[in-house]
Design a binder for this molecule. Structure first.
Ligand code: UDP
Ligand code: MN
Length: 314
């Protein structure tokens, strides 16, 4: 949607970012996060894992051993999501966000995005996993099933839920209920969240282009768009910019705009162009990721002091 005025100021302590991990990824993945975004935002990040680790405990007090199985099964992952949910509710914070241990979170961008929504209302925001609603079979009793379809946000790109909505999810998400709900549709944890929010509570997913998983081609997130930028006239042709909700008829850069008006379209699909005479600020990306795709490295194309060999995740 269009840029919105902040509904409320947000501080790092207002968000609860649950980072899902597993014992075998503590060194391979979590250490990287502890050296980057988590080191700067220890008050926001909570690590949910499945095994004790003294090295990790020395870095941060926010480590929760879920005692869930370390298997990559649907049940084990739902078990972790259930514990994440319960800890968020107990924390009293305004926003629940879930990310994987191969996500980088730009906390300032996240706070800015969430600040434009009231946490007391029903907000479920993230990147849809598929280009259409998922079709599932809901078991309503021992012998009865029915088809359901709903959108859900990819867990691997990160998503957020307002406290207002999270409280309404309680009958299906709190205590042991989440795992029971997941079994009703036999789908993974992030799908189960979508099922509770969209199918059971009737609250639609708010789509954002600012969340990124390694299921998408991360080469297409240009380095320039990692930061906030000001849009202005330039040589390049029309494009989507910022991975954001904006379609700009002319190029964007970090240069100050001139007095020449330029055209931006808001929304997806873009409505008719609309002239802008004031500067348009495009928001920075909220989450990034890295991984492998078809045996090729999939990462954001950022330059920097470290070579790809030294810093493959960028
Ligand atoms: N994960 C987990 N238990 C496992 C395997 C993975 O909790 O047995 C977590 C992992 O730490 C990550 C998320 O599940 O946060 C997704 O795992 P991965 O990135 O390996 O898989 P993919 O992104 O391909 O689904
Ligand atoms: Mn992953």
């Amino acid at each position: 949607g269009a840029p919105r005025a902040p509904a409320e100021p947000l501080a790092p302590r207002d968000v609860f970012i649950a980072v899902k991990t597993t014992r075998k990824f503590h060194r391979a993945r979590l250490d990287l996060l502890l050296e980057t975004w988590i080191s700067r935002h220890k008050e926001s990040a909570f690590i949910f894992t499945d095994g004790e680790d003294e090295v990790l405990a020395r870095h941060t007090g926010n480590v929760i051993n879920t005692n869930c199985s370390a298997a990559h099964s649907r049940q084990a992952l739902s078990c972790k999501m259930a514990v994440e949910y319960d800890h968020f509710i107990a924390s009293g914070r305004k926003w629940f966000c879930h990310v994987d241990d191969d996500n980088y979170v730009n906390l300032r961008a996240l706070l800015r995005l969430l600040a434009s929504y009231p946490h007391t209302q029903d907000v479920y925001i993230g990147k849809p996993s598929l280009d259409r609603p998922i079709q599932a079979t809901e078991r309503i009793s021992e012998e009865q099933v029915r088809p359901v379809h709903f959108w859900f946000a990819t867990g691997g790109a990160g998503f957020c839920i307002s406290r207002g909505l999270a409280l309404k999810m309680s009958p299906w998400a709190s205590g042991g209920h989440f795992m029971h709900t997941a079994e009703r549709i036999r789908l993974p944890d992030d799908c189960t969240i979508g099922y509770i929010v969209e199918a059971l509570l009737g609250v639609p997913l708010t789509r954002s282009r600012l969340f990124h998983s390694h299921l998408e081609n991360l080469q297409q997130v240009p380095a320039l768009e990692l930061h906030e930028q000001v849009c202005g006239p330039g040589p390049a042709g029309p494009s989507w910019v910022g991975g954001a909700e904006f379609y700009v008829e002319q190029s964007c850069g970090n240069t100050a705009p001139t007095s020449t008006p330029w055209l931006c379209r808001l929304g997806s699909p873009p409505p008719p162009p609309r002239p802008f005479s004031a500067s348009l600020r495009l928001p920075p990306q909220v989450t990034l990721s890295y991984g492998m795709f078809e045996n090729k490295r999939n990462a954001v194309p950022v330059k920097g002091p470290f070579s790809v060999e030294a810093d493959p995740s960028r």
